[in-house]
Design a protein. Structure first.
Length: 410
């Protein structure tokens, strides 16, 4: 069945950040995620790319959108909607002048170059602030801008390995495993967007800009959450538990008669409801299972007991029973199934921009994953397809020629 979508044509009004201009010197993933979040919320984002080559992710496929030389990777498309593109060679003096004027006319300048690159081109916070003291700059780094880590390049997979994320992911008797999507880049981009908005609010009060930095490594460590806290506070160094939780039970997938069902009975009240739903009220008085601490000590016994009951019916049958009882439970979906189920649950997970344009050589409506943000007055919108390299070059060059050297933000 078709997945329900949200058409941009049904939306109106200005985005919450329509007053912001962003000069985006970032590429690949973490930086572009941050700037796309700002762009979805209305900011005018100008993406500065290398002439000819463009953002590296344009060639990271399959899968592709379009055919032949016009094909564009869906990787690039995933994080670059709502932006305008201009191609500039920062080593070319004339192009560097244009780049600097773009930065001086922006509220926010974002980059994820190696440490020192923006300063070399006079595009760092200190250089820009001489003429534009209210500018906010944001650098996404791999391992920070000071110390030995400043010289290291950062990529999501590398940081998953170095941050401990892989050490806690995978089967207990298997190899360390990376998360299936670029969660470190995603976290870093979101932290960067949050930090930029905090800096914008601070500037509204004081009129002063500042420099923001988020590193992949720091974001990954923060993303360890309870696992990281366990180490910092209790000096633990946990390993892999497969799909079990280190602190909660029942909170894992369990086998049914025909498949697997994820169950999260994560509170005393839910445990009581779970026991009743499975017809095992005796578990509540069983000394092995009386509370969460006991259940963690006897988690193998608990798994065997639960699966002995679940084996009596199918995944669909138990899902119906558990959801009726208010127990958080769900199937382990494929990506395709996840989008179908999200649509059935009323989330409209796909956004469609039917503007008559083309992307990657294909003249059809552009589909993208809908922003998870909902706002009653100024919701995020999809207004522009991800641009081709230098698609808006002439337009942006005309703007910087006709505008003052510095235009202070409101």
């Amino acid at each position: 069945m078709p997945i329900p979508t949200t058409s941009n044509s049904t939306r109106s009004g200005s985005g919450a950040l329509s007053h912001l201009r962003v000069a985006d010197f970032s590429r690949v993933l973490a930086g572009p995620i941050a700037t796309m979040v700002l762009a979805d919320l209305g900011a005018d984002v100008v993406k500065v790319e290398q002439p000819g080559v463009g953002d590296e992710t344009r060639t990271w496929g399959p899968p592709w959108w379009g055919d032949g030389e016009d094909a564009t990777s869906t990787y690039y498309l995933s994080v670059n909607r709502n932006k305008r593109s201009i191609a500039l060679d920062l080593r070319d003096p004339e192009d560097l002048v244009v780049a600097r004027r773009i930065a001086l006319g922006a509220d926010v300048v974002v980059d994820n170059f190696r440490v020192g690159t923006m300063a070399r081109f006079g595009l760092d916070r200190d250089s820009l602030a001489v003429e534009h003291p209210s500018v906010i700059t944001c650098s996404v780094t791999g391992f920070g801008s000071e110390g030995e880590g400043a010289a290291l390049a950062g990529y999501d997979f590398l940081v998953q390995a170095m941050s401990g994320v892989m050490s806690i992911t995978g089967q207990a008797d298997g190899e360390p495993t990376k998360i299936g999507s670029a969660m470190v880049d995603n976290l870093t981009g979101l932290y960067a967007a949050i930090a930029v908005l905090a800096a914008v609010e601070r500037r509204r009060e004081t009129g002063e800009g500042q420099h923001v930095e988020v590193s992949l490594m720091s974001a990954a460590l923060a993303g360890l959450l309870n696992v990281g806290s366990g180490h910092v506070v209790a000096d633990t160094d946990p390993g892999r538990l497969g799909n079990r939780h280190p602190s909660i039970a029942p909170y894992q997938p369990y086998h049914t008669a025909d498949g697997v069902l994820a169950i999260a009975a994560a509170s005393p009240a839910l445990w009581d409801k779970f026991c009743a739903a499975l017809g095992r009220d005796d578990w509540r008085s069983d000394e092995r299972f009386t509370d969460n601490a006991a259940r963690m000590l006897y988690v193998d016994d608990l798994e065997a007991e639960i699966e002995s009951v679940l084996a009596r019916d199918t995944t669909a049958g138990w899902l119906s029973v558990l959801r009726a009882a208010g127990i958080p439970a769900g199937p382990i979906n494929t990506v395709r199934q996840a989008f179908v189920e999200a649509a059935e649950l009323g989330l409209a997970p796909v956004d469609v921009l039917d503007d008559g344009g083309s992307t990657g050589g294909r003249a059809e409506a552009f589909r993208s994953v809908r922003s998870p943000i909902q706002m009653s007055a100024t919701p995020p919108t999809v207004r522009r397809r991800p641009p081709s390299n230098d698609q808006h070059g002439a337009e942006v060059r005309a703007e910087v020629r006709s505008s003052p050297e510095v235009e202070e933000p409101a």
